[in-house]
Design a protein around this ligand. Structure first.
Ligand code: NAD
Length: 306
């Protein structure tokens, strides 16, 4: 029987595990669970006879793929999949999928919450400013970026976006102004919210030179990935530009140094963009459905290692 393993060092909520199990078993497949493993060896043992695996931020590298002789598919419940070695998966003839869109609203709501928090002086009691009328730049108009645009419209913000792979026409049909380049987005907007993936091109791409293009009183919001930030550069920049604000959902490695920018810098203690009951459940259930559809119908719609 086809065996579907849920392998999560940080477990799904129980209601999500129950839902995944139901979807798997109703499709006539076998369900197996490895949660809170503390040693990679436990993962290597568990994957031996698995035909499909559902993971969260678990590392699927060449060693795991070597051990998983029967494996056909890995689904990362979530958007970012840089925890899976795609080249090794392709070499092992394993299909890798993510579950795009399932946690986008959760991340977008956090973006707006962080924005209000930053513009109200971290709720310190002092008079702040409003988001209405401010120019919001969305860097990468994917699932999260689109949800940010949808919510920001309700705040009365002027919304701009740039995406290397989404046409201006597609952006504009949603009532968002498309700009011609990434740099133009930073030049134009009071606030830039990052929604780019971590790729060789984007790593450390958000640097002091780019931020220096932003107007006075500007704010950067990062709910994307820590690696896209040039951390040393942003730290130096904030020392010079005392008007600049930065809020991030991915704690910088130089957090202790950044903390000196009190009132202008904020980090969540741990990544919490997708940490909602709803997102946790949605992504897990979507992963289970995608596996069933792949095994029964060969559907590879969400494959990321094409
Ligand atoms: P998505 O795949 O739906 O969208 C990503 C978009 O980035 C795509 O539209 C793509 O065309 C665009 N893009 C790729 N490279 C680009 C480049 N160099 N310049 C401009 N645009 C580029 O992904 P998503 O679900 O919207 O997630 C966006 C980011 O948010 C990812 O980095 C993801 O890892 C991160 N994320 C964080 C959390 C969190 O908990 N904070 C949760 C979910 C996603």
């Amino acid at each position: 029987m086809t065996k579907v393993l849920v392998a999560t060092e940080k477990p799904f909520a129980k209601v999500a595990v129950d839902g995944i199990k139901r979807i798997i078993e109703e499709a006539g497949l076998e369900f197996a669970l490895l949660e809170k493993y503390t040693d990679k060896k436990q993962l290597l043992d568990a994957v031996k006879d698995a035909n499909a695996i559902i993971i969260r931020s678990d590392q699927i590298d060449a060693e795991v793929l070597d051990a998983a002789k029967e494996l056909k598919i890995v689904v990362r419940a979530g958007a970012g999949y840089d925890n899976v070695d795609l080249a090794a998966a392709t070499a092992h003839n394993v299909c890798v999928m993510n579950t795009p869109g399932q946690n986008s609203n959760a991340v977008a709501e956090l973006v707006m919450g962080m924005l209000v928090f930053m513009y109200r002086n971290l709720f310190n009691g002092a008079s702040g400013s409003e988001l209405m009328g401010k120019k919001l730049g969305i860097l990468a108009y994917g699932n999260v970026g689109r949800n940010v645009a949808r919510i920001a419209k309700g705040f009365g913000m002027e919304i701009y976006a740039y995406d290397q792979f989404v046409s201006a026409a597609d952006i504009e049909k949603e009532g968002v102004k498309a700009v011609a380049s990434r740099d133009a987005l930073f030049e134009t907007c009071d606030i830039v919210s990052l929604h780019i993936p971590k790729t060789p091109e984007t790593v450390k791409s958000i640097n002091a030179e780019l931020l220096s293009k932003m107007p006075k009183g500007a704010c950067l919001i990062n709910t994307a990935r820590q690696e896209v930030i040039d951390e040393e550069g942003i730290c130096k920049f904030m020392a010079e530009r005392t008007d600049f604000k930065y809020a991030t959902d991915i704690k910088p490695t130089n957090d202790a140094e950044m903390a000196k920018f009190e009132g202008r810098y904020f980090t969540t203690p741990k990544k919490m963009g997708a940490q909602t009951a709803e997102a946790n459940i949605n992504a897990g259930l979507a992963a289970a459905r995608q596996i069933v559809d792949f095994i029964k119908n060969g559907n590879e719609k969400f494959r990321v290692n094409k």
